[in-house]
Design a protein around this ligand. Sequence first.
Ligand SMILES: [Cu+2]
Length: 284
Amino acid sequence: MSVSLKLAGFAAVLALVFGVSVAVGKTIGPDRDGAAQTRAADGDHDDMGTVADDRHPDAAPMAGHDAADPVRGLSVADEGLRLSLAATTLPRGTASTLRFAIRDPDGPVRDFEVSHEKRMHLIVVRRDGTGFQHLHPTLGADGTWSAPITLPDAGAYRVFADFKRDGRAFTLASDLTVDGPATYAPFPAPSTSTETDGYTVQLDAAGDTLAFAITRDGRTIETEPYLGAGGHLVALREGDLAFLHVHPTGDGVEFETELDKDSRYRLYLQFKHAGRVHTAEFTR
Ligand SMILES: [Cu+2]
């Protein structure tokens, strides 16, 4: 499978960043051509044509753990839909607006389904796993999604659009750059405990099950419903930022995952308590 020069260059940068070789068989390239030229008819789509063929229409919303397609977020286009960023660079440290559309061959798509209380979930994270943001953009009449965003650090970011349409869950991703000097670090060392906003979050991993215990001032807290679940877990794989968005198996914060045993992941657990959403990060 041929890869464009810029993709090869991009892969080289990734290899530098993460110190690992990068699989380039799938399209993970920057969407630098701009909105005007983005059409699902180009090579990206063909590359991915077989991935989702067996995805069942009744698949669970945003089913990152869908057995048919456990790895998501490596492609800018899939099944005729393309994530098209209005701009591929944003200024550093200033309030700005991230605009994008999901396009099919006829133009911007507007008929999204509500999944976990929203029609679009947008994850923005720097390539080294820092700066995680989970946003809920608003859809304009012309099919353009927009979300206010501030990116304090320069660097290469990954933008994941997580949505559902025609009963199918999609995670399309594209690259976004914030110009300026950037220093990247590998994922932090694996840990089973972290602090966030005064909460202590413990990770108890057993096989494919990831259970979290959340305490504040030494007392266990029960999470409040957040987007229709007791918690949300996003896992990003080191090396290619393959994306998993997992929802709890029950009311609590316990998740069934299909993490690749030989890879490291950055985990982002989001939970709501006392009316606010908190994010706890782990390396697994
Ligand atoms: Cu969301």
